[in-house]
Design a protein around this ligand. Structure first.
Ligand SMILES: O=C(O)C[C@H]1C=CC(=O)O1
Length: 96
């Protein structure tokens, strides 16, 4: 199942820089591992904002919840999710 996931990061302004850097490093490693597994299919920065638009390809709602809630930045993000289905005009065979 495909989901559009929008994540807006809100790190506390008083978080020490080295703590923020450590969380971001763990987030990057986790995000890249999920991309290698094909579960995090697209990851786009929203220009001008500490936010992203992502496409996840997971088995079901429960797997999405499991993966997203394990993000190191999860406690600091506002997240919105929308389920996706194939567009009848799409030319991409891997849309499903
Ligand atoms: O920077 C972000 O958008 C937040 C998060 C998503 C992937 C990652 O490495 O960090």
């Amino acid at each position: 199942m495909l989901f559009k996931v929008e994540m807006k990061v809100n790190l506390p302004h008083d978080m020490p820089a080295e703590v923020a850097a450590e969380i971001k490093a763990r987030e990057k490693a986790y995000a890249q591992e999920l991309q290698r597994q094909g579960k995090w299919r697209h990851l786009w920065r929203v220009a001008g904002s500490y936010a992203n638009v992502s496409i996840f390809d997971v088995a079901d709602n429960a797997e999405l919840q499991e993966l997203v809630s394990a993000l190191p930045l999860f406690p600091y993000m506002d997240i919105s999710v929308a389920p996706l289905c194939r567009h009848p005009s799409s030319i991409h065979q891997d849309d499903r």
